[in-house]
Write a protein that binds this ligand. Structure first.
Ligand SMILES: [Zn+2]
Length: 142
């Protein structure tokens, strides 16, 4: 198995469904970070068969709502001085702002850059959210 150095300080995004790692990498814009980042793909997992893992050194800040939208199985380990100091499971967010754009072309939020709609979760299975401005239902897509 591929060996990757443990990170000393930072976060490990674990239990990513195989194939979602690269999507998360792009969504989190990790290509723009100056910190060391590792994306591991198709790692063997007891739980999932295969999984992806992302390790980011020197940061503790990730958008948990965004991760919850992409993959509900993800867990996040926070590492300090080489030890796990905290673990978090992501959940599908009940409410999101800024991550979803309204699919209604006449919605005011699509023509005004300053208006950010809040979306409320309508269906957990289908990731459907209702726009706070026009009540249109938008399905979140990765
Ligand atoms: Zn709308």
């Amino acid at each position: 198995m591929l060996e990757v150095k443990q990170i000393q300080n930072g976060i490990v995004i674990d239990h990513i469904k195989s194939g979602n790692g690269l999507k998360i990498f792009n969504k989190l814009e990790l290509n723009k970070t100056n910190s060391p980042v590792v994306l591991l793909m198709n790692v063997e997992s007891k739980l999932l068969g295969k999984k992806d893992i992302i390790k980011i050194e020197n940061t503790f800040d990730v958008d948990l709502n965004l991760l919850g939208l992409i993959d509900e199985n993800i867990s996040i380990n926070f590492i300090k001085d080489g030890k796990v100091i905290d673990k978090k499971k992501v959940v599908v967010p009940e409410e999101v702002t800024g991550l979803v754009t309204c699919k209604n072309p006449r919605c005011i939020t699509n023509s005004d850059d300053y208006l950010k709609p809040t979306f409320n979760l309508m269906s957990r299975e289908n990731l459907e959210y209702k726009c706070s401005f026009c009540d249109e239902i938008t399905k979140y897509k990765i």
